[in-house]
Structures are given as C-alpha cells and as structure tokens.
Design a protein around this ligand. Structure first.
Ligand SMILES: C[S@@+](CC[C@H](N)C(=O)[O-])C[C@H]1O[C@@H](n2cnc3c(N)ncnc32)[C@H](O)[C@@H]1O
Length: 261
C-alpha cells in the first residue's frame, strides 16, 4: 500500500508542471497562514506587491531546493509577478491571456510531453557541423527537432541536402518560411519518432537527456552502417562515442559523435 502511494507520487511529479504548480500552491497556503503571525513584527496593511514578491521568491527557493531545472526557476519566479501584473491591468482584454496561452502552447507544444525545451545551437556549432559534413563527405542530413532551422540552413549552406523536422506548428511554419526565403534547406512539421532515418548520412539532435536512450535505439535500428549520429550536449549513456568535439564557445559545447556500426 505504502509502495503504491509512493509510486503514484513519483508519477505525479515526473511531470515538472505538476511539481511547479504544487510548489506555488504550497507557498501560497504557507504565506496566507503565516501573514496573521507576521503582524506581530510588521504592522499591516501590506502592499500587494510585497506579497507577490514574497510568493515569487519563496517559490524560487523551494524550486531550487527541489532541484527543478534552471529554466523552471525562471518560470517559478515570473509566474506570480506576471499573473499579478496581468490581472491588475484592467486595460488588457481578457482574451489576450487566451491568445498568449495558445501561442505558447503552439510554440512549446512538445516541451511537457518530450521534455525538450526550445534552445538553439549557436553559430560556432553551425560552423563545427559544416566542418564535420565536409570531412565526412555527408550528402544528406536531418535535424530532429529543428527549432528555428538554423542548423538546417547551415548544413544546406555547406552543400548538404538538409531537412529539419519540427513538432511545433508555429516553429515549423516559421522556420520553413525562412529556409524558402534564403533558399537553404527545408523544414517539415512532424514527429521525429515517425521519421525514417535510413535516408540520411547524418542525424543531428539537440534535445535533452530524457529522449536519448530512445533516440539511440531508433538510430541503431534505422541508420545505415557508416552514417553518423551527432548529439549536441547530451551523450547516450553507457555508449562510448567515436569522437567528442569540444567547441570554443562560452559553454564549451560538446558534440558527441557516434558512427553507426
Ligand atoms: C533544443 S531545441 C533544438 C533546436 C535545433 N535543433 C537547434 O539545435 O537549434 C529542440 C526542438 O525539438 C523540438 N521537438 C521536441 N520533440 C519533438 C518531436 N517529437 N518531434 C519533432 N520535434 C520535436 C522542440 O519543439 C524544439 O524546437
């Protein structure tokens, strides 16, 4: 019984959204309960902004202690402030929040499911990839989860037939429009798990640690012998890469290179 309960709790909090909301709620309840006691030291009334900042600060600290990923700390701190700012501005039409939420959902539609936030490969990485495709005579490449398509365009500029696959409809449409505009590569809207990897000499991923085991399995089943899997920052655990390039950028980006056997 006890084990079952623990399992349910772990499943519940496996999704960081629920943990984030739980922390906000707990901080809110604790703050509300402690305000009457605070009156002994600080005489009310309290400006609502101070309460909002207290909520934001405490939620940030608890989230940090709970070891939430860093980008969630920003969300935890900004959520109460944004909510307060939004609700106290009567000139903001009520549907603006709906439109904003819909836009965020379309852009970040796969963050919660796949645990892959949107961050982009930098120019130094683009250059390193161009070098790699020249060295290895790569003709076809795909970026699984191509974001704004920067990698796709950089690879195409090096003469590679480059494709991007992006789950978010907004990002896919926007990045494909940029590709068409500059005449380099193309992006399709789709799920990376549904792509046939046997067509590519190089598969590039910049995702998160969560999908890496499944990516490796898929690559092993589908990719041709001699083709190359490159993962930015996230290694496949328990698999020795054939090479690791450490780039000379601020974050010392690591490119893990696996040649399919
Ligand atoms: C960290 S970003 C990397 C963007 C780009 N590859 C780069 O390096 O600049 C990861 C992208 O993967 C996308 N993504 C996540 N899961 C996906 C899936 N199942 N299929 C396609 N794209 C996905 C996200 O929407 C996000 O744009």
């Amino acid at each position: 019984m006890h084990q079952k309960k623990t399992k349910i709790a772990i499943l519940f909090f496996k999704n960081p959204l629920w943990l984030a909301l739980f922390i906000q709620l707990m901080v809110f309840v604790s703050l509300s309960l402690s305000l009457p006691y605070l009156a002994q030291w600080i005489i009310p009334p309290y400006h609502p902004l101070w309460i909002v900042f207290a909520q934001a600060g405490l939620a940030l600290i608890v989230s940090f202690v709970a070891k939430m990923p860093y980008w969630w700390l920003w969300i935890q701190a900004l959520l109460p402030i944004g909510l307060f700012a939004g609700l106290s501005q009567t000139y903001v039409p009520f549907y603006a929040f709906g439109v904003l939420a819909l836009l965020l959902m379309l852009v970040f539609s796969n963050v919660l499911g796949e645990r892959v936030p949107l961050y982009l490969s930098n120019r130094i990485t683009h250059r390193a990839l161009s070098l790699l495709v020249m060295e290895r005579h790569i003709k076809t490449a795909v970026d699984l989860g191509s974001g704004l398509g920067g990698v796709v365009r950089a690879l195409a500029a090096s003469g590679v037939d480059a494709t991007g696959v992006e789950f978010s409809p907004v990002l896919a449409v926007l990045s494909n429009a940029i590709c068409r505009l500059v005449g380099k590569g193309h992006v399709i809207r789709g799920d990376m798990w549904q792509q046939d990897l046997s067509r590519y000499d190089l598969v590039y991923v910049f995702l998160s640690p969560v999908p890496m085991p499944a990516i490796w399995q898929k690559a092993q089943v589908e990719m041709r012998v001699g083709s190359v899997l490159v993962s930015n920052s996230f290694a496949v655990s328990d698999v020795e890469p054939d090479d690791v390039w450490v780039l000379a950028d601020g974050r010392e980006t690591q490119l893990f290179i696996y040649v399919m056997k």
